[in-house]
Design a protein around this ligand. Structure first.
Ligand SMILES: C[S@@+](CC[C@H](N)C(=O)[O-])C[C@H]1O[C@@H](n2cnc3c(N)ncnc32)[C@H](O)[C@@H]1O
Length: 200
């Protein structure tokens, strides 16, 4: 899993750099990144002057995030172990809450709970950023590689990925929340969608 994550970090470097610009939040604002993995998105928020917190349930991956933080010399980022389906933060706390590639691998009930928790902890009129696979996956080499990588990870991961595709991906998930869509972009050879939403 960690090797997979490190490979993914290389492939996604340009998206990590794009997200703080896409989020369009001010210098000094607060951001929470869920299922943060090795913390690359959190560090990128930090480099853009945003006070960023990353949470992940996996203590081993958080050790890597903390090492990456130490190398970066950033003081405005932090990491903590937490469950994205039950966040230890009060309502309306963050200017921005993001998740990248942290939904397609979860069971349907967890996906819904995570988006509901994101909506709960973001401020009124705050920003939600969701980045994940585009549905339908493109019929090109990127789509084929993504499907193969997901298949190789493990059985649960792949089952959840297929269910994410079947159920309409991000599009369907956001319908259940009180959100206004700001902007969406399709990236990486039509493989990835990034959505910016506002809490209404
Ligand atoms: C596919 S990785 C994505 C990591 C990172 N966001 C990225 O863009 O590379 C999914 C992450 O979700 C984390 N995770 C799984 N279940 C979780 C939960 N209930 N709460 C928080 N993190 C969770 C895993 O430990 C893993 O780091």
């Amino acid at each position: 899993m960690l090797h997979y994550q490190i490979l993914v970090d290389r492939l996604l470097r340009d998206i990590r750099r794009f997200i703080p610009i896409f989020a369009n939040i001010q210098f000094g604002a607060s951001a929470l990144d869920l299922c943060c993995g090795t913390g690359e998105q959190v560090l990128e928020f930090g480099r853009n002057g945003i006070t960023a917190t990353g949470i992940d349930i996996n203590s081993n991956i958080l050790k890597i995030a903390l090492k990456n933080k130490a190398k970066s010399n950033l003081e405005n980022v932090s990491f903590q172990q937490a469950d994205a389906t039950n966040l230890p933060f009060r309502d309306c706390h963050f200017d921005c809450v993001s998740i990248s590639f942290g939904l397609h691998d979860k069971a349907r009930i967890s996906r819904k709970k995570i988006v509901s928790e994101m909506t709960r902890v973001v401020k009124e009129n705050g920003t939600l950023i969701l980045v994940d696979f585009q549905v339908t996956l493109p019929a090109n080499i990127s789509g084929l590689i993504a499907r193969s990588i997901e298949f190789l990870i493990d059985g649960d991961h792949y089952r959840n990925f297929k269910d994410y595709l079947r159920s309409g991906g991000l599009e369907n998930l956001i319908k259940t929340q009180n959100l206004r869509e700001g902007e969406r972009v399709v990236l990486k050879n039509r493989l990835v969608t990034a959505m910016r939403m506002a809490k209404s």
